[in-house]
Design a protein around this ligand. Structure first.
Ligand code: RP5
Length: 164
């Protein structure tokens, strides 16, 4: 069953998000990806949220650039957790999207990650799902342990370079 629905404002956003999709795959989490826009397909976005919830989606991830209201629009129509990713597109390099995504009115939160923070969005979604699924929680712990090992390896390589 699809656990995560990942919306993006345009297919031009996808290259900035691909690592996050890979991360969800590594964690064994089923995701559906869609291009939908708060401004350009408002009716379809609302309908998709309704259908996704009925189909068992537990977490939404929404990525958009510029006046990025996609995450907020989804949050307005859902009681499930919504993670927002501001995308660096356009003249303001993502700062516009960051403020538009994060600065929600009280009562309608969007858990906003950093600009182009697709991997953190994927990990946060897994952590949310992991609160009710021990298998996913264990995969997050293993993923983080692998990350630690990679950083220690980088440190080792640096030490070798500096002492050589
Ligand atoms: C936003 O406008 C999208 O999320 C994208 O970041 C940006 C440009 O969209 P396209 O013109 O490439 O469709 O709504």
């Amino acid at each position: 069953m699809t656990q995560v629905a990942w919306l993006m404002g345009s297919d031009s956003d996808y290259p900035k998000l691909e690592k996050g999709f890979v991360t969800l795959k590594e964690l064994g989490i089923a995701v559906i990806g869609r291009v939908l826009s708060a401004h350009r397909t408002p009716a379809q976005t609302q309908e998709f949220v309704k259908q996704s919830e009925a189909g068992g989606v537990k977490v939404f991830i929404c990525a958009a650039g510029m006046a990025a209201h996609l995450a907020g629009a989804v949050a307005a129509h859902s009681s499930r957790p919504v993670i927002g990713i501001p995308v660096d597109s356009g003249a303001l390099k993502g700062l516009d999207a960051l403020l538009s995504t994060a600065q929600m009115p009280p009562g309608v939160p969007v858990a906003t990650v950093g600009i182009d923070g697709s991997v953190n969005a994927a990990i946060l979604a897994a952590q949310i799902l992991g609160t009710g699924d021990e298998g996913i929680a264990k995969k997050v712990i293993d993923w983080r342990a692998a990350q630690t090992a990679k950083v220690l390896e980088k440190d080792k390589r640096l030490q070798e370079k500096l002492s050589g």
